[in-house]
Design a protein around this ligand. Sequence first.
Ligand SMILES: NC(=O)c1ccc[n+]([C@@H]2O[C@H](COP(=O)([O-])OP(=O)(O)OC[C@H]3O[C@@H](n4cnc5c(N)ncnc54)[C@H](O)[C@@H]3O)[C@@H](O)[C@H]2O)c1
Length: 322
Amino acid sequence: MKILITGGTGVNGAATARLLVSRGQRPVLLDNRVDMSLIADIADDVDIVTGDILDGAGLKELVEAHGITHIAHMAALMPGPAEANPSLAIAIGVDGTLNVLEAARACDVRRVVYTSSNAFVGTVSGKHGHPDFVPLDETLPPDPADIYGVTKVCSETLGNYYRKRHGIEFVALRYPSIYGPGKLARHGVLALYGKVIEDAMAGREFSVPRGGDQRNDVVYVGDVAHSIVLALNAEGLSQWTFNVGTARGVTLKDFAAVLKRLFPDSRIDIGDGLDFREGYKQSYCIFDIGKAREQLGYSPQYDLERGIEDYIASIRKLDLPV
Ligand SMILES: NC(=O)c1ccc[n+]([C@@H]2O[C@H](COP(=O)([O-])OP(=O)(O)OC[C@H]3O[C@@H](n4cnc5c(N)ncnc54)[C@H](O)[C@@H]3O)[C@@H](O)[C@H]2O)c1
């Protein structure tokens, strides 16, 4: 198995690469940014290629030259920048995925694992929203509420087409909110779970006026990496789209409670109520992860305490500024 990670130096890419290295693999990381900050500890154990998924010919050459058999495709523009630049979002999120699939087809890549999102289903309401939070399974129809979600629907549709038409094993993993080191750099308000941790580490005051009671499925990047590695390896799949989360809802106040134990002097001021993202289009939800448990063998390894502790340890180990 030789694995290419697109977006390999990003938050999820770096964590996935680290897990693969720990399992004896030497993945190839493709990214259009030169930024070693999240992979400094494994830089000698991976092959790093600076390039763009928009360069279809270059992508094919890379896949061929490295004898790639499996691709974890995660290069994407995040929701804020995507909304600000829809053409670029569609170019990276749709044309880019097409290039990845075409390279896979041309070079007989066996499997492509794609990082999708709850943005696929857009605004979550009714029984799946507050206060009932009936867990979301994979069967809700696509109904994206932002350009980012549109790219996820298009990419999943393209991937499923390539699976049926060309036999490429395309697996889509949908995630709810993710927290992990490095996210603050590109994810804006979506990185608030990381901000409360890093502010506590830095001794800075963290303050949000409302939303402290908002439940949401928030998964640690270590579990994301774990799910991707499972999906790269899983055999005998009878379905190809999986929700991957924690299957439980946590609040910003829950984060604060853990941080208060770890940093008793931290100044965390979180207002009551719901919706700390202030009307941002992506919804809060809780995932039903039954299919991922059953077919991928996935189960969350990081409860909130362990996730926050690992986040802090990773920041310190990588010597990242907070
Ligand atoms: N973070 C979350 O909460 C979340 C939730 C659901 C799904 N996802 C998905 O996970 C994947 C990875 O997200 P992340 O959180 O690691 O984001 P990230 O921004 O840290 O990583 C994405 C990486 O892709 C790279 N990239 C962007 N355009 C590229 C291009 N044209 N060519 C090559 N590389 C390019 C970026 O430089 C970046 O390193 C994305 O597909 C994202 O949609 C993330």
